[in-house]
Design a protein around this ligand. Structure first.
Ligand SMILES: Cc1cc2nc3c(=O)[nH]c(=O)nc-3n(C[C@H](O)[C@H](O)[C@H](O)COP(=O)(O)OP(=O)(O)OC[C@H]3O[C@@H](n4cnc5c(N)ncnc54)[C@H](O)[C@@H]3O)c2cc1C
Length: 460
């Protein structure tokens, strides 16, 4: 199929924009991608930091559709579960899935982004323009405005379909907002985040278990660490901006060291550059953006974080954005270049799911920093896996639905609530999964849940 007649402008060559440009290039569209940053393949824009992300089934599916799965999986480190670090240094491993087929993968954000850009650029009709910031869109004429970073010159491009993949602070979304009849909410958490590092051991190996996502849950805050291929771990501290403890309070080497000594004593010796990293690296904001509509007729559409930024606690922001690309591509399959219809159906299929994963991600913050250390929570997790084993056609734990399946997020949320109530009833007064009344479980499950496959079909 060749759709060369149409020209498409993509604003933002981050994770979603780069992947989408590959999808569209493979369909034969002429695509111009404008990215405000320099080309990360030529200029190091990482400020020396190596940042990684958890990639899971939805993201992997999209990568396999464009033929990048095998290449990316070579860069990916499987994480089989959470390794919980208590203050006394004791470790508890909680597997993510029912077996080793259900794992998530740590991948370098930069490597992933660069591979997608290179694949896109291999298509003759794709052009990536770096150092070009989108400054807004005039929707009366369908003209996108850009500013060249080096010369400061402004220029316009018109006559193309515009896709805004310019992230949580989207300029395209701001332009849509100015049109009126546009709802947008931005809710920031009291918590921010800071990236830190555990370097490799002297022999280049990982200093802690490489096949786990490490968590130091401390109720109102937490530290996490994901492995990198070079033997290091990228750590992220999620902490309130103000208060005690809070980022503002941690403003001297003594306070930073003292805080880690008290809260993360087993991590501290693994982090020789802690104080420098802490003083140098910025504090990032965490928030949820919801908006509607996502498109202006057939002229422009938002996708990825530009349409629905979420907090990172379910490890789904990128995966969800990649799934957006899959669904938009399906809509083009169905409706061709009737862009208004494509965008309308795309929003219809994605909006409720984006809202659902936003809610799930907020709830998972509490789970990660707090409940993972709770005995009842752990019991419910184990019982959930036992129910999946006995009733696989009905019961799939919520984490697995979101992470290892492609069931719509909204269905995962709804089923998860019903399952939670079943688990609460079954674990009342119980201390060991062996004590669960599985006859009662069967009747509760079949009365409350419809077969899993019926909700999977909602996807198409
Ligand atoms: C701390 C943290 C951890 C995370 N961990 C995970 C995880 O483990 N798993 C996961 O799935 N997701 C994770 N995410 C979420 C993930 O990073 C985002 O959902 C994902 O990056 C969204 O992709 P995007 O392309 O929509 O936006 P981005 O990746 O932000 O890309 C937007 C691009 O647009 C460019 N841009 C911005 N404005 C303009 C403009 N005006 N003109 C031109 N270009 C512009 C930017 O430079 C950037 O390249 C995490 C997020 C954070 C903050």
């Amino acid at each position: 199929m060749n759709e060369q007649s149409e020209q498409i402008i993509i604003a933002g060559a981050g994770l979603a924009g780069s992947l989408l440009s590959v999808y569209l290039a493979q369909r034969g569209f002429a695509v111009d991608v404008y990215e405000q940053r320099p080309d990360m393949r030529r200029v190091d824009i990482s400020a020396g930091r190596s940042i990684n992300l958890a990639l899971s089934t939805r993201g992997i599916f999209a990568l396999s559709e464009v033929g990048l799965k095998d290449e990316v999986m070579q860069l990916a480190i499987p994480m089989r579960g959470r390794m919980i670090h208590a203050v006394d240094g004791s470790l508890t491993f909680q597997p993510y899935g029912k077996d080793d087929s259900e794992v998530i993968y740590s991948v370098s954000r930069g490597e992933l982004n660069m591979r997608m850009m290179t694949l896109a650029e291999g298509h003759p009709d794709v052009r990536l323009h770096f150092g070009q910031r989108c400054d807004g869109v005039d929707f009366t004429t369908g003209t996108a405005r850009f500013v060249d970073d080096e010369s400061g010159e402004s220029y316009s491009r018109s006559g193309a379909t515009i896709i805004g993949t310019d992230g949580a602070g989207s300029a395209i979304r701001t332009a849509m907002q100015r049109l009126g009849h546009f709802d947008v909410t931005q809710e920031f958490l009291e918590h921010g985040y800071k990236e830190l590092s555990i370097p490799p051991a002297d022999d280049g190996s990982h200093r802690i278990d490489v096949n786990a996502l490490h968590i130091w849950p401390r109720r109102s805050f937490m530290l996490i660490a994901l492995p990198n291929l070079d033997g290091s771990f990228t750590c992220t501290l999620f902490l309130q901006h103000t208060g005690d403890p809070g980022f503002e309070e941690l403003n001297s080497p003594e306070r930073i060291h003292g805080f880690f000594q008290q809260e993360f004593p087993d991590a501290l010796p693994l982090m020789p550059t802690l104080v420098e990293d802490f003083m140098e690296n910025p504090v990032g904001q965490l928030g949820t953006v919801r908006c509607t509509p996502w498109h202006v007729g057939g002229m422009a559409v938002l996708l990825g974080d530009a349409a629905h930024a979420i907090v990172p606690f379910y490890g789904q922001g990128m995966n969800c954005s990649f799934e957006d690309c899959t669904v938009l591509n399906n809509c083009i399959d169905e409706f061709g270049q009737d862009w208004e219809r494509v965008f309308h159906v795309f929003q219809k299929r994605r909006k409720a799911n984006a809202d659902a994963i936003a809610d799930l991600a907020l709830a998972n913050f509490i789970e990660m920093r707090d409940s993972v250390a709770d005995a009842r929570f752990l019991l419910m997790k184990k019982v959930g896996l036992a129910l999946e084993e006995r009733f696989p056609e009905y019961f799939v734990p919520q984490y697995a639905m979101v992470t290892f399946h492609r069931i719509p997020y909204a269905a995962a949320l709804a089923r998860g609530k019903l399952q939670h109530s079943i688990l609460e009833q079954l674990t009342e007064g119980v201390t060991d999964p062996a004590e669960v009344d599985f006859a009662k479980a069967e009747s509760l499950i079949t009365e409350t849940l419809r077969p899993y496959a019926e909700d999977m079909t909602l996807f198409t």
